[in-house]
Write a protein that binds this ligand. Structure first.
Ligand code: C2O
Ligand code: CU
Ligand code: CU
Length: 484
């Protein structure tokens, strides 16, 4: 039975080879070997671009108004080959939005694409109607005016589209940006915080290219099964960038903005760094690490101390053996920032407060992925939750065992929920690691693993929960819960 299904998927996906650039197609640049052209192109050094901070207009009350335009543009990744891409206020990715706890934020979103989109604030606690999930569609030429008051700790969150069946390709085309939140705690901490100087956002995404440098999406059955995995890793939209650093401390805000790839971040010399924040805010204390796993949608803030290096030293940010970003060390400077022993207090939600538990089983393969045996249905609310209640959610990945033997070795899931932050209380395959003891909104599941989280529902409305492997999400591995 299952074998039959796999064959059907193969048959369907054999034809799925989507080229995202037609206009400039294959031009006179004839290099035949698969990666000759790409390798030579990546030798010239491109400085790491920093997404600009979005300027807002402030009124007397301190409210702030931002505007975002979803647009089509052109981007070059290799060989001066122009590709059609999407971006917010530009051809690729989006500006960084920044706001403070307590502030009322208004955002005007204009969609100039010829297809519909939505803008979801991943990691933000806002009412369901402001969440930007699949219910808040922005039609072509349409506009969406959203407002919410920020009431959550300082964090690195992000925004991206969330249309039914279109999320994966729109994110892949370039729709993603950061949304940074500040509060008294982030003000008080003496950590690097000069945006673009020693506080550097890193949007990490992988993409696939033809030998001519043309961006492509979905090449194989594997891309459908495991989610789209590219052959090239981009940081802030650029291949193999370089960052010149002084010999001092730097804070990096890492976002795994990939469709499906799981990163194991490390330094090329395997020296340690410090993780100071997870998805939804600071950890209680810095966690010294050599290796940091981030699945799609997850964020982490880390501090790398370059003060032990000499001028002209260089090293890389890597994931496994892929070197994605080069650090070139310059002069020593007087560095007054520190890695504080203590960052913040995190109130643990007492287990006794949990009013009930719910089970979320992620299973199926390819086009049959589902949660609890059901696929996403816009007209069906899967779970009803009581406002302000505390619940325990027990989330399992059923990939593994028999399934694991069937060429699904690269199939992983994770779990993300809108409108809530949670605390991990148990992992079935390991102890809860130190860097997962802060607030989270997205959690990695090992194959066959069960993860137990505790959460509370502080905002009303309809929210999504789903696997953040975007091809799985688009194939229906998603559900809705209503808080009322
Ligand atoms: Cu990052 Cu439901 O999304
Ligand atoms: Cu989200
Ligand atoms: Cu999945």
């Amino acid at each position: 039975m299952i074998l039959k299904k796999i064959n059907r998927i193969t048959a369907i996906t054999a034809f799925v080879f989507i080229t995202l650039s037609c206009e400039h197609g294959i031009s006179g640049n004839k290099q035949s070997a698969f990666d000759n052209s790409k390798k030579s192109a990546s030798k010239k050094e491109t400085l790491l671009p920093i997404p600009p901070l979005l300027k807002g207009r402030r009124n007397k009350k301190g409210d702030i108004l931002f505007s975002l335009t979803v647009q089509k543009g052109e981007s070059e990744f290799f060989n001066n080959m122009k590709n059609s891409t999407y971006g917010y206020n530009g051809p690729l990715l989006g500006p960084t939005i920044r706001a403070r706890r307590g502030q009322l934020v208004r955002i005007k979103v204009k969609n100039t694409l010829r297809e519909y989109t939505t803008v979801h604030w991943h990691g933000m606690l806002v009412p369901g109607i402001m969440d930007g999930g699949p219910h808040q569609v922005i039609q072509p030429d349409g506009e969406w005016n959203v407002y919410f008051r920020i009431n959550q700790p300082a964090a690195t969150t992000w925004y991206h589209p969330h249309g039914i069946g279109t999320t994966a390709v729109q994110v892949y085309m370039g729709l993603a940006g950061l949304f940074i939140l500040d509060d008294e705690v982030s003000d008080r901490l003496n950590i690097p915080k000069d945006y673009g100087k020693n506080d550097i956002p890193l949007i990490v995404q992988d993409k696939s290219f033809t030998s001519y440098g043309v961006l492509i999406y979905l090449r194989s059955m594997r891309d459908v099964m495991e989610g789209m995995k590219g052959d090239t890793i981009l940081v802030n939209g650029v291949v193999s960038p370089v960052l010149n650093v002084t010999a001092s401390k730097y804070r990096f805000r890492l976002l795994n903005g990939s469709n499906a790839k799981i990163y194991n971040f490390r330094l090329s010399n395997d020296r340690p760094f410090y993780q100071i924040a997870s998805d939804a805010g600071f950890l209680e204390k810095p966690v010294k690490m050599n290796n940091l796993r981030l699945s799609p949608g997850e964020r982490a803030e880390i501090i790398i101390d370059f003060s032990g290096y000499k001028e002209k030293d260089y090293l890389y940010l890597a994931s496994d053996n892929y070197f994605m970003l080069k650090f070139k060390v310059g002069q020593k400077i007087k560095d007054t920032t520190e890695i504080p022993a203590k960052l913040t207090n995190i109130m643990r939600i007492p287990k006794e407060m949990s009013s009930r538990s719910r089970i979320f089983n992620l299973s199926g393969m390819g086009h049959n992925v589902n949660i609890n045996g059901r696929k996403m249905d816009m007209n069906y609310i899967n779970e009803y939750v009581k406002y302000k209640n505390v619940e325990t959610w027990v989330i399992s990945s059923n990939t593994g065992g028999m399934m694991g033997m069937m060429r699904t070795s690269g199939v992983f899931h994770n779990f993300h929920a809108h409108g809530i932050h949670f605390q991990v209380i148990e992992r079935s395959k390991s102890a809860v690691p130190e860097n997962e003891k802060g607030w989270k909104d997205t959690i990695f599941l090992d194959r066959g693993e069960t993860v137990k989280v505790i959460t509370r529902f502080l905002y009303k409305g309809i929210f999504m929960y789903h696997c953040h492997i975007l091809e799985h999400e688009d194939n229906g591995m998603m559900g809705q819960f209503k808080v009322e």
